[in-house]
Design a protein around this ligand. Structure first.
Ligand SMILES: [Zn+2]
Ligand SMILES: [Zn+2]
Length: 455
């Protein structure tokens, strides 16, 4: 699906020359014309990204020694550059044959680049505002622009690429040099037939494949966050009050936001109401104009929590992102997302809260940790009821009682013999069991959990 094709080019300028690869070389020409380049020689048909990168490396080898020679002997003229290019091409073609790559270099000269719309600056600004803080495939970035009503319909691809030329976005291959998936951090790659044809295979990362395959030949754009506005008024409505234990923890989390430490752990027993405890920290971050990500491993919890957060922060722009949620690229100050959806963010949130750190699939899954860390550009709060040992090394805030103030009950084990098989149908439950149940439920008002070895 996400194969990206690039062309190798050589740019000739008045004082310099430049090798490059691009999915839209004539846009590059347009861009570089303002920087003293006047002519582009496109050398290949569109070829898959890894092959284009390989060609670029081959072309650039010897570049440095050539520079010294040219400057010394020939001076820097257009003809010396073209003579150089001719020589390099012969060598490159030889290298390609030697490596068995069936690719003919076919130089074509261009002086006029692809035109850009007149209101380019406005469009760039608009696209940057929409895409900031994300890491996306080109097609996803296009979809994001569409979903958010980008004003120029036909120019999306061009604008996205122009952002990268102007260094307002970066791009990288889906699989890094080190063989690691650049989207989710996965290291176990699988071979896959792709554009290489017979005998050669491409690689993709199965770990994040549910979100669209990230391949060796995919191109990932990352869009840095724009600086956000300052102080904002934030309304927070809570129709309950915190217990003293919750209150203490809530204060401690707010103080954590002012400290130097980047991470902290909120360790709260089951039912201690840890979500309510982070509201204060969320409000504080929002008040300072920061956006907040609340990442939760399980989709049903995201769906359940979303309306509660909307009630608590009625004036804040919220987005809920999970597999199958209609909106995927919404802009919001407070984003509540499954940890998978966090994989599409890039250094976007000064505050990330990761709930249920211990819950499946987070604990086993390095992918989500990778995603959440990349989504953050500041502080991370981990929430858990059952922390792993290594988590306890973090500065830790604890709540040991549940919200009604009673400690977590300690279960008592009672073993009572039951008659076997048919006998129980005839006689019913023995008196000892009935007495026990009555005593527990009626008198002690306990909950009883009955475990039977067979049905
Ligand atoms: Zn991956
Ligand atoms: Zn491929």
């Amino acid at each position: 699906m996400e194969c990206n094709f690039f062309q190798l080019y050589f740019l000739i300028g008045t004082e310099q020359c430049l090798w490059g690869i691009s999915p839209h070389p004539l846009l590059d020409l347009n861009y570089f014309k303002d920087q003293g380049y006047r002519k582009m020689i496109i050398l290949t048909e569109p070829v898959p990204l890894p092959l284009a990168e390989y060609l670029l490396r081959l072309a650039q080898e010897e570049e440095n020694s050539w520079w010294k020679m040219v400057k010394k002997k020939l001076g820097f003229s257009s003809s010396s550059q073209e003579a150089y290019l001719e020589k390099r091409l012969v060598k490159l073609q030889k290298e390609l044959r030697k490596r068995g790559l069936p690719l003919e270099l076919s130089p074509r000269e261009f002086i006029v680049g692809q035109s850009m719309p007149d209101n380019l600056e406005n469009l760039l600004q608009e696209a940057q505002e929409i895409l900031q803080g994300r890491i996306l495939f080109a097609s996803e970035a296009e979809r994001a622009l569409k979903e958010r009503g980008f004003s120029s319909n036909g120019e999306k691809q061009k604008i996205i690429h122009w952002l990268s030329l102007a260094k307002k976005a970066n791009w990288q291959r889906g699989i890094g040099q080190d063989g690691q998936c650049q989207r989710c951090g996965g290291k176990k790659l699988e071979a896959k037939k792709c554009w290489w044809g017979e005998g050669l295979e491409c690689l993709y990362c199965p770990q994040c494949a549910t979100m669209g395959q990230c391949r060796l030949c995919s191109m990932l754009y990352s869009f840095p966050s724009l600086s956000k506005g300052g102080q904002t008024e934030v309304t927070m409505k809570m129709n309950f009050s915190l217990t003293p234990g919750q209150e203490r923890a809530s204060k401690a989390l707010e103080e954590f936001l002012d400290k130097e430490e980047q991470e902290c752990l909120l360790w709260a027993v089951c039912g201690a109401g840890k979500t309510e405890v982070v509201y204060g920290a969320i409000r504080k971050a929002l008040t300072q104009g920061q956006s907040v990500l609340l990442a939760i491993p399980r989709q049903e919890v995201v769906r359940e929590l979303f309306p509660r957060l909307r009630e608590t922060f009625p004036q804040t722009k919220l987005a809920a992102l999970y597999g199958g949620s209609g909106e995927k690229y919404g802009a919001a100050q407070l984003v509540i997302a499954t940890t998978h959806q966090a994989l599409r963010f890039y250094q976007n949130f000064p505050l990330v809260i990761l709930d249920e750190v211990d819950a499946y699939p987070y604990r086993e899954n390095v992918m989500l940790q990778y995603g959440v860390l990349r989504a953050s550009c500041g502080k991370t709060i981990y929430l858990t009821a059952t922390p792993e040992k290594k988590m306890l090394k973090l500065p830790t805030i604890t709540i040991s009682a549940r919200h009604h103030g009673f400690p977590l009950p300690e279960p008592e084990l009672a073993v009572l013999p039951l008659p076997k098989g048919e006998e129980i149908k005839e006689k019913g439950l023995p008196q000892s069991v009935l007495d026990f149940l009555e005593e527990s439920v009626e008198k002690d008002r306990c909950q009883v959990f009955i475990f039977l070895p067979t049905i």
